[in-house]
Design a protein around this ligand. Structure first.
Ligand code: ARG
Length: 428
């Protein structure tokens, strides 16, 4: 490992200890690197504004950071175990390129606030990505709900056929859910959108840093003011981000469950597009809904990461190297969550419905509640109507699912689905 930032000369560095300290941290930093570069640029500009770097030094460092950014994207610069972490790599590059100007870049900052700000920018982008993907998925689901708003299918409770329902009602339930989840992603983004850079190791520094200017350059509407709190928020904010992801993936899990049931031969209501199914290595007849099953499992990945981070956070105030252990779970969960939600629109648009089978599954006994409520409307006390209908379940045959769906006019039900409300929310 080259050029440890904290090498004061003379300290012998044990290989195994170094490997243990670094772990896969430098590889994880690849995801943070573009954000670390952007934050470094803003920090340097801030140092220029308070006279700690000359204008030509600021310009030279900014140009070198741009070059590093380009090289990183083109894979000409590879961030790997040659460096202790991404932060060290940036400084090493700048020193190699610029000499003393590069040696000045870390003035007034610590890796403690450097990693915080890179993570914060990454979290902001993750929540933006989540919100956008959820809205795309909600749009695809709404299109399907509109196309089959009144297509009859049974409504289930306890997994037993209960009452007539519709494809529109089923799918619009997920539209509303995902719109709520998108809203939570946005609210969480607003909540974490505070700049920790300029808090240094967690106690500030004896310089009049232009924190506000640096924050503005990075698009933060405000500062995370207290330096101790900035450090103490590491992990806490990660959990807030993952909480938004977990809400979304809980809904995805339920939709995936429905699809895995409805695509089974026992239901055979839905058929998935071929590109979302796989074959069996031994059973030539199989088409397996593996994608749907992994969508169902995605919540578990996030829940595991939440547990890992929460378990690490039992710490006193200030920076502790323990906090590095929150990085991997966050990055993995976010990446997996985004990849999962991203698959939904194509899956939803490509699935086909067996409308005949759905309609045929509405057996006459499913009209029992309709009949009891009708009697109650005519003045029969509901409990009495209930008993009367229960005794004559075979006398309910002369109805159609469509009539039943139209008659359910309670707001939100099939007779008053209000898909235009969801459409309006989506177009907001
Ligand atoms: N890799 C470290 C982390 O994620 C960066 C900060 C290191 N700071 C330190 N004081 N050793 O926390």
């Amino acid at each position: 490992m080259s050029g440890l930032l904290w090498d004061k000369g003379g300290s012998a560095v044990d290989e195994r200890v170094q490997r243990f300290l670094a772990g896969d941290d430098v590889l994880l930093d690849r995801a943070l690197f573009p954000f670390d570069l952007a934050a470094s640029r803003a920090h340097v500009a801030g140092l220029g504004r308070i006279g700690l770097l000359a204008a030509d030094e600021v310009a030279a460092i900014a140009a070198a950071l741009d070059e590093l950014s380009d090289k990183f994207r083109a894979r000409e610069f590879v961030l790997d175990a040659r460096f202790e972490d991404g932060h060290s790599a940036i400084e090493a590059f700048l020193v190699g390129k610029l000499g003393d100007a590069g040696r000045k870049v870390h003035t007034g900052r610590s890796r403690n606030d450097q990693v915080l700000v890179a993570l914060r920018l990454h979290q902001r982008a993750s929540l933006e990505g989540l919100e956008a993907r959820l809205r795309d998925a909600a749009r695809a689901l709404l299109e399907r709900a509109e196309a089959d708003a009144m297509t009859p299918m049974p409504g289930y409770t306890h997994l037993q056929r209960a009452v007539p329902s519709s494809v529109g009602l089923w799918l619009a339930g997920f539209v509303e859910a995902l719109l709520d989840d998108a809203q939570l992603a946005r609210l969480t983004r607003g909540w974490i959108d505070r700049c920790p850079l300029g808090t240094a190791a967690g106690y500030g520094v004896n310089l009049p840093l232009d924190r506000a200017g640096v924050a503005a350059e990075l698009g933060f509407p405000s500062l995370q003011w207290n330096p101790v709190y900035a450090q103490n928020s590491r992990g806490k904010f990660e959990l807030a981000v993952l909480s938004a992801f977990s809400q979304a993936l809980l809904d995805v899990r339920r939709l995936a469950w429905d699809l895995s049931l409805y695509t089974s031969a026992e239901f055979a209501f839905v058929r998935l597009p071929d590109r979302h199914t796989t074959g069996s290595s031994i059973m030539p007849n199989k088409r397996n809904p593996d994608v749907v099953e992994l969508l169902r499992a995605a919540y578990g990945v996030v829940a595991g990461a939440q547990a890992e981070i929460a378990a690490t956070l039992s710490l006193p105030s200030g920076y502790h190297r323990d906090l590095q252990a929150t990085k991997g779970p966050l990055l993995r969960a976010v990446e997996h969550g985004l990849a999962a939600v991203e698959l939904l629109p194509d899956l939803v648009r490509g699935m086909t419905l067996d409308r005949e089978r759905m309609r045929a599954a509405i057996t006459p006994d499913l009209y029992a509640t309709d009949r009891a409520v009708e009697l109650a409307r005519e003045g029969v006390p509901f409990r009495e109507a209930y008993r009367r209908v229960a005794g004559q379940l075979d006398a309910l045959g002369d109805r159609t699912p469509e009539e039943s769906l139209r008659a359910r006019v309670s707001p939100g039900a099939t007779g008053d689905l209000g898909l235009e409300r969801l459409r309006a929310r989506l177009d907001e």
